[in-house]
Design a protein around this ligand. Sequence first.
Ligand SMILES: [Zn+2]
Length: 301
Amino acid sequence: MPEIIESCPLCGSSENSLFNRSTVQHLLVVNRICDHCGLVFQSPRMTQGETDEFYKREYRRMNQGGQEKPLAKENEIQRQRATALRKIVVMQVAEVIRHLEIGCSAGYLLKAVQEQYGCTSVGIEPGNAFRDHAVQQGFKVYPSLEALQENKEERFDLISMSHVLEHITDPVAYLSELRRSWLTLNGWLFLEVPNLYGHFSFEVAHLYSFSSHSLEQIIQKAGFRMVQLVKHGQPRSRTLPLYLNILARPESIVSPSFSVIPEKHIWVKRFIFYTLRGLAYKIYYRLNYLLKRIKNLLRRR
Ligand SMILES: [Zn+2]
């Protein structure tokens, strides 16, 4: 049975409104917005058990045309994404000794960071086919955080999560646990998520749709301070701000009473960015179509 989210996972308010209702790959996806802080979250959504089962089997299949094995096209996107992310990490991070990537897929970012820093690289990947692929590349990859603990791995000074946080049922609790148990005191947290103001974002597996504001509130509540925020579209677009990147460090003292700063005008911002994006695509395709017609006409003459 789907789970109804009664209170906002960020501020705790029980007041929320319908934000978006879409049918994605034949599934109804309903997102609500917290009336107090503006966090956008999916409700109803899959339960934790259903989510675990979904990741073991269905997710990769849905996103790779029915195949669970890593496809060449998907691999190429991951390789390009890893190159883009490496450039962002290097802007702030001078040294990495131990890198953990949660949701490492086929291991492209593990490889890119290892090439950059010569560090020890460890991954977590619940999908069997992707984990096997990353292991074949020579990386130590576990199926879960629990397996990391069972194997007595030490702390890491860089923990990265690319397109993972939006899938996690309780992101504040998850990031807090990473800070308490897995990140060194002076370490770095590196996140990439789809941008609510630039990316369609609403999928059955996306439990949250973050803006830069709500993402920063989430990491602050989990005891981190933001060092750098980057909006970009690589590897899919050179111009659209499809993704949000955050580099953050753990706070030395974490206040138990964090008060969330609400975000305003989310509907308007989403409408403006999403409409502009739609217009940009339409203009691009129309121009391409017109150019082809003109070229064909010129050839006939
Ligand atoms: Zn809220």
